[in-house]
Write a protein that binds this ligand. Structure first.
Ligand SMILES: *[C@@H]1O[C@H](CO)[C@@H](O)[C@H](O)[C@H]1NC(C)=O
Ligand SMILES: *[C@@H]1O[C@H](CO)[C@@H](O)[C@H](O)[C@H]1NC(C)=O
Ligand SMILES: *[C@@H]1O[C@H](CO)[C@@H](O)[C@H](O)[C@H]1NC(C)=O
Ligand SMILES: *[C@@H]1O[C@H](CO)[C@@H](O)[C@H](O)[C@H]1NC(C)=O
Ligand SMILES: *[C@@H]1O[C@H](CO)[C@@H](O)[C@H](O)[C@H]1NC(C)=O
Ligand SMILES: *[C@@H]1O[C@H](CO)[C@@H](O)[C@H](O)[C@H]1NC(C)=O
Length: 482
C-alpha cells in the first residue's frame, strides 16, 4: 500500500536545489546554444505601402555577379487592409497548391515506366503556385522595365503582351512587341518550340495562320497564360544583356498574379532563365528571401562570386539529388536538431526532400514531424497553447510576450551541410496580434510523399543553387539589397 508522506525540509531543500540547477542550466547553457530570441515587435504589419510602383526594384553589377533587389510582391499590389485575412488565405492557398503538386508527383512516379517516353515528359508547372509565389524583381525586356515574379519551380518565363486578347491588371505598362526592333517570334518547326513539352507539360503548336509557336501554361487554380514563344533582349540590370532570351509573349492571361507583369522561371529545364544565362553566369544563382513585411528587401544574385554575398556564417554545401522524373531541386536531408537534440526517425537519409521558393510551409514525413513536434513542445514549454490552424497543429498564444526564446532548429544534409533556420522562420503568424502563432512546419499524410522545404524556413539565408556542379549551399545572412 502506498502511503502519502509529507515533504521533509531536507526534501524541500533538494527540490529547490534541483529547480535552481535546472534554471541555471536552462538559462545559461541552453539559451546561448540551443535557443534564439524572437522579438515580437519586429513583426510590423504595415497597412500602407510607401511604394507606388512595382518598378522600383534596383540592381547592380559586382565582381562578375548581377544582383537584383527582390521584394515581396505585396509592394506591387498596394494597401493591405486585412493582414489576418491575408495571412490565413495564404496558408489555404499553400495547402491547395501542395495537394495539387503531390497529386501530380504521384501521377508521374506511379506511372514510372521509364522506357515509355511519355512518362519522362513531365508537366513542370505545379498547381496553384501563383498565389503563393511572393517575390518580384525588376528586369528590362526589349528596353522596357517590368516587374516579374521569380520561381524556382517554374521553367518558362513569360510576360503579358499587347495586343491582349485578355490581360489581367498589371501595374507596369503592358509589353508592346511591335515597338521593339529586337523582338522575334519563334517558329513552330524549331527545336525550341519542341522543348515546350518538357518545360510546360503542353507541346507547342503552330498558329492557325502563322508559323509561330503557340504555348500554353496552365496553373492548377484555373490561372493560365497563352500566347506565342518569342525572343527578345533581356537586361538583368545595368550591364548584363541576354540577347535572344526565349520567353512567352502572353496574349491571353488570367489569374491572380498580384499586379506583376509576368514570371521568370528559375527551374532546371533548358528554357529556364538559369539555363539560358549559363554562358554568362555558369548556371549559378542564389537568393536571400526577406521576411514578410512588405517593405523588407532581399536579393537574387545571378552568378557565383561568393564575395558579393553578405553571409554571416560560412557557406556549407550539399549534393543535389538527381531526379529524372521530377523537375524540381532535391536534397538529402540526413537529420534535424532541435535545440541541439538530434531527432530520430526512419525517413532521414532516404533522399529526396525538395527545396522550393514557392511553397510557404515545410512539409515533413509523419515520423520526422512527430519527433520534431515532440522535441519542440518539450523545449518550448510554459507558453499558452492556441488552436491548430489547418495543417499547422503546433500553435501558441504569444500575445502576452514582448519576446520569446525559441529552440534553434537546424536541418542537416549529406556532406555535413546545414540550414540553421532563422528565428523569423520558425513560426507562422496566423493572427497578427500573436494570439495564434504556429510552428511553420507540417506533417505529410504519408511517409513516402515528397517532403518539401518551404520558403518560411529559408528566410534570412543565402541559398545557393549551383546547377553545373549540382551542389546547393546555405549560409546565414540578414537579407537586404544595399
Ligand atoms: C547603373 O549603374 C550606375 C553606375 O554604375 C548607377 O549609378 C545606377 O544607379 C545603376 N542603375 C541601376 C538601375 O542599377
Ligand atoms: C570575385 O571577386 C574577387 C574580388 O572580391 C575578384 O578578385 C575575382 O576575380 C572575382 N571572380 C570572378 C569569377 O569574377
Ligand atoms: C492524376 O491522375 C488522376 C487519374 O488519372 C487524374 O484524375 C488527376 O487529375 C491527375 N492529377 C494531376 C494533378 O494531374
Ligand atoms: C521551318 O519553316 C520555315 C518556313 O516557315 C522554313 O523556312 C524552315 O526551313 C523550317 N525549318 C526547319 C528546321 O524545318
Ligand atoms: C543520404 O546521405 C546519407 C549519409 O551520407 C547516406 O547514407 C544515404 O545513402 C544518402 N541517401 C541518398 C538517397 O543518397
Ligand atoms: C491570449 O493571451 C492573452 C494574454 O496572455 C489573453 O488576454 C488572450 O485572451 C488570449 N487569447 C486567446 C484567443 O486565447
Amino acid at each position: 500500500m502506498v502511503q502519502a508522506r509529507p515533504l521533509l525540509p531536507s526534501h524541500l531543500f533538494l527540490l529547490s536545489l534541483l529547480v535552481f540547477l535546472l534554471t541555471v542550466f536552462d538559462n545559461g547553457v541552453q539559451c546561448s546554444q540551443g535557443k534564439k530570441v524572437l522579438i515580437m515587435q519586429k513583426f510590423q504589419w504595415n497597412q500602407e505601402s510607401s511604394i507606388s510602383t512595382c518598378l522600383s526594384q534596383k540592381s547592380r553589377w559586382e565582381n562578375g555577379a548581377n544582383i537584383l533587389e527582390m521584394k515581396h510582391k505585396d509592394s506591387c499590389s498596394g494597401k493591405i487592409l486585412d493582414w489576418n485575412e491575408k495571412l490565413q488565405k495564404h496558408l489555404i492557398m499553400d495547402n491547395f497548391q501542395l495537394r495539387s503538386l503531390q497529386s501530380r508527383m504521384k501521377n508521374i512516379t506511379s506511372g514510372r515506366n521509364i522506357d515509355d517516353s511519355v512518362d519522362t515528359q513531365i508537366p513542370l508547372t505545379s498547381g496553384i503556385r501563383l498565389q503563393t509565389l511572393n517575390y518580384i524583381v525588376t528586369v528590362e525586356l526589349g528596353g522596357r522595365k517590368m516587374s516579374v515574379i521569380v520561381d524556382t519551380g517554374s521553367e518558362l518565363s513569360w510576360v503579358q503582351c499587347q495586343p491582349c486578347k485578355r490581360c489581367y491588371n498589371q501595374q507596369d505598362p503592358v509589353f508592346n512587341p511591335s515597338a521593339s526592333p529586337s523582338f522575334h517570334t519563334v517558329l513552330c518547326n524549331s527545336s525550341t518550340c519542341q522543348s515546350l513539352q518538357f518545360a510546360t507539360g503542353n507541346s507547342g503548336v503552330c498558329g492557325s495562320n502563322t508559323p509561330n509557336c503557340n504555348y500554353v501554361v496552365n496553373y492548377g487554380d484555373g490561372s493560365y497564360t497563352r500566347g506565342e514563344l518569342a525572343m527578345e533582349h533581356l537586361n538583368l540590370g545595368n550591364s548584363t544583356t541576354v540577347n535572344n532570351f526565349i520567353f512567352g509573349c502572353g496574349r491571353n492571361n488570367q489569374g491572380l498574379f498580384g499586379g506583376a507583369s509576368g514570371l521568370v522561371g528559375l527551374g532546371r529545364s533548358d528554357l529556364s532563365l538559369i539555363s539560358q544565362t549559363s554562358p554568362l553566369f555558369g548556371g549559378v544563382f542564389s537568393y536571400c528571401l526577406p521576411i514578410t513585411e512588405a517593405e523588407a528587401s532581399g536579393s537574387l544574385v545571378m552568378g557565383g562570386n561568393s564575395s558579393v554575398y553578405k553571409n554571416t556564417t560560412p557557406i556549407s554545401y550539399t549534393r543535389m539529388i538527381p531526379n529524372p522524373l521530377l523537375p524540381f531541386y532535391f536534397l538529402n536531408l540526413t537529420s534535424i536538431t532541435v535545440g541541439g537534440v538530434a531527432l530520430q526517425a526512419p525517413s532521414f537519409g532516404k533522399g529526396g526532400i525538395m527545396i522550393d521558393s514557392g511553397t510557404v510551409i515545410t512539409r515533413l514525413p509523419p515520423s520526422i514531424y512527430q519527433a520534431l513536434k515532440g522535441e519542440f513542445v518539450k523545449q518550448f514549454s510554459g507558453f499558452p497553447t492556441a488552436p491548430a490552424f489547418l495543417i499547422l497543429d503546433t500553435c501558441f498564444n504569444l500575445s502576452g510576450y514582448q519576446e520569446v526564446e525559441i529552440p534553434n532548429i537546424k536541418m542537416h544534409f549529406e556532406g555535413n551541410a546545414e540550414l540553421n533556420v532563422d528565428v523569423t522562420g520558425v513560426f507562422y503568424f496566423v493572427k497578427t496580434d500573436a494570439s495564434q502563432v504556429c510552428l511553420a512546419i507540417a506533417s505529410l499524410s504519408y511517409e513516402n510523399e515528397v517532403a518539401i522545404i518551404g520558403n518560411q524556413q529559408q528566410k534570412n539565408q543565402r541559398v545557393i543553387y549551383d546547377t553545373k556542379r549540382s551542389m546547393m549551399g546555405f549560409a546565414g545572412e540578414a537579407c537586404s539589397f544595399d
